[in-house]
Design a protein around this ligand. Structure first.
Ligand SMILES: Cc1cc2nc3c(=O)[nH]c(=O)nc-3n(C[C@H](O)[C@H](O)[C@H](O)COP(=O)(O)OP(=O)(O)OC[C@H]3O[C@@H](n4cnc5c(N)ncnc54)[C@H](O)[C@@H]3O)c2cc1C
Ligand SMILES: NC(=O)c1ccc[n+]([C@@H]2O[C@H](COP(=O)([O-])OP(=O)(O)OC[C@H]3O[C@@H](n4cnc5c(N)ncnc54)[C@H](O)[C@@H]3O)[C@@H](O)[C@H]2O)c1
Length: 508
């Protein structure tokens, strides 16, 4: 059977009776081979801890197989199609961009294969991790995990089982049928029309991908604008852009019923005034959030408490069960790969060593890979105004940025939110390359670098990164060229002119 089984010669309890073949002792057992689980298992094994990793599917988890990687590959193909259609703008003869959907999906699978080399079983075995692949784990006790008829005893356990799509309780939805991002990434034929329910990151990214491939897309959201967790100005700008690309966006609409009508599916929604709208399409894509993946785990056997959005953890990522930690989407905190990685490292440190470290989520960047990209770190303007006095906001439009103009990408803006002393409270960018640009603001916030220092830093010309500097420059312009400082400067220059005219150093 498993490689790890043959090599783990440190059986403790001998061959037990019944279903179990023995009890095996580890320093750490990790459940789930996605980002959080792989990071913690690799770290533990590299330090010499006896480590087992149980994964019911394939290593790599959602990000590699059904999330970040395949969607970013599709986004790239969609962007190529979009750029080809703009050929004339850049001085080319018009091009007919016909999408070969099966070829696009083949490229996507190739990309998964290439990226997946980092997550190969061989690599983890070479590090010394004992793998239990295609095996479902479940708790018998906080320190005892059952897998494939065996009991693994562990000093510590890290639960990293991820999340799965939430299905809202809508009349007729199950009967009519729907797809989630998982099935969308397995489609062999492009649907002619699609209704996407939920305009969070999944809904928005897929809406643009499918529209650019030539599918007629309607996007329904219960809140007024797409990406409702972003700064409101950003959400409105994205809505306008999606609509300009022929995504039919319907905000402020709750889905109340779904039914089949011949070969199509009908989605009926209501707004606040209870006005109904019926939309029809070939397929429905559900993108209404994710819930923790805990099915079959028997968390109650270990005393692990669950909340609706995730496994309950404290600031040290300890669950309510002794010795059991949780990391990644299953905690329901911030459902991003980079947070899963951060939590995986932290859970590992706290699981193996004394003096636990606390998670710090004050500076967590997030990027939605629409075109233009949407990036955020820290507080939105309304959040900052609720929590601080005299909040200042500095904006710089891409339309005034030389590089964005040259690239033909003049849409969007950089927005910095700071307190009255210039401490950065939040950064928001919608525009080309926003995902890379946000990192400068992230570092500034992480290291408490005030907005004025971003302005004083030399940025290469002509780059999009100047957008961040230009927004920060406005801080100095306001500081130096308005109010009391402006009056002090005026007085200084007046005095100097007087001195020049009458004083000893008079010229001319
Ligand atoms: C369409 C989409 C696009 C996304 N794009 C981005 C993006 O661009 N950037 C970003 O930062 N984030 C993105 N995300 C979010 C990101 O994918 C997740 O936050 C990340 O994958 C979470 O990692 P994880 O390790 O917590 O969980 P997962 O990657 O889900 O791993 C959990 C693993 O546990 C296994 N498992 C579950 N239960 C058991 C069990 N009982 N026994 C054994 N194994 C079990 C599962 O099979 C799975 O492999 C996207 C998500 C989606 C859906
Ligand atoms: N680029 C990225 O980093 C990226 C990309 C995709 C997904 N993700 C992660 O995956 C997670 C899941 O993404 P998501 O977009 O499904 O979740 P989400 O929770 O961010 O968005 C779901 C949206 O659906 C809406 N909604 C919920 N029920 C509805 C209903 N009945 N009718 C209409 N609208 C409804 C919500 O108001 C919300 O805006 C996110 O938390 C995100 O962190 C990240």
């Amino acid at each position: 059977m498993s490689w790890g089984w043959r090599f783990s010669g440190w059986r403790r309890g001998g061959c037990g009776g019944g279903r179990k073949q023995g009890v095996w002792v580890y320093d750490l057992v990790v459940i789930g081979g996605g980002t959080a689980g792989l990071v913690s298992a690799a770290g533990a094994a590299s330090m010499g801890a006896r480590t087992a990793l149980i994964e019911r599917d394939r290593l790599g988890g959602e990000c590699l197989h059904y999330g970040c990687v395949p969607t970013k590959a599709l986004i790239r193909s969609a962007k190529v199609a979009h750029t080809l259609r703009r050929a004339e703008e850049f001085g080319m003869k018009p091009v007919e961009a016909e999408v070969d959907f099966p070829a696009v999906m083949r490229r996507m699978r190739r990309v998964i294969g290439e990226v997946g080399r980092h997550d190969s079983p061989e690599r983890f075995r070479a590090l010394g991790v004992e793998l239990f692949l295609e095996q479902q784990a479940s708790f018998e006790a906080p320190d005892e995990i059952s897998v494939d008829g065996r009991s693994l005893r562990a000093r510590s356990v890290i639960l990293a089982t991820g999340s799965h799509p939430a299905v809202p309780p809508v009349t007729g939805l199950r009967e009519a049928g729907y797809i989630t991002h998982v099935e969308a990434l397995e489609l062999e034929r492009l649907p002619e029309s699609l209704i996407i329910i939920g305009a969070g990151p999944i809904g928005c990214e897929f809406a643009q991908i499918f529209t650019r491939f030539g599918c007629r897309v309607s996007l329904l959201e219960v809140l007024p604008n797409p990406l409702p967790r972003e700064d409101p100005e950003i959400s409105v700008t994205l809505r306008d852009r999606l609509e300009a690309e022929d995504v039919s966006f319907h905000g402020g609409r709750r889905v109340i019923e779904v039914r089949r009508t011949g070969s199509e599916k009908a989605v009926i929604s209501e707004n606040d005034r209870r006005e109904r709208l019926e939309l029809r399409a070939e397929e429905i894509l559900l993108a209404t959030g994710q819930l923790p993946a805990v099915e079959g785990l028997n968390p109650e056997n270990a005393g692990i408490e669950l909340q609706r959005t995730g496994v309950r953890v404290d600031a040290n990522l300890r669950t309510t069960a002794p010795g059991v930690y949780a990391a990644g989407d299953v905690t329901g905190k911030y459902l991003f790969t980079h947070v899963a990685e951060y939590q995986g490292r932290l859970a590992l440190r706290n699981a193996l060593f004394p003096l636990g470290s606390r998670a710090d989520y004050r500076v967590v960047p997030r990027v939605t890979f629409t075109d233009p990209e949407v990036a955020r770190v820290g507080l939105t303007e309304p959040e900052a105004r609720r929590q601080h006095d005299k909040v200042k906001v500095f904006r710089y439009p891409f339309a005034d940025l030389d590089r964005a103009i040259a690239d033909g990408e003049p849409e969007g803006f950089v927005k910095l939110v700071a307190d009255r002393r210039g401490r950065i409270l939040g950064g928001h960018i919608i525009g080309a390359g926003a995902g890379n640009l946000i990192q400068e603001i992230t570092l500034a916030m992480h290291r408490n670098i005030p907005v004025g220092q971003l302005s004083q830093t030399i940025h290469a010309y002509p780059t999009l990164s100047e957008g961040v500097k230009r927004a920060a420059d406005i801080y100095y312009r306001e500081l130096l060229f308005t109010g009391r400082n402006r009056r002090i400067f005026e007085t200084f220059f007046k005095l100097r002119r007087l001195l020049n005219r009458y004083g000893p150093g008079r010229r001319g």
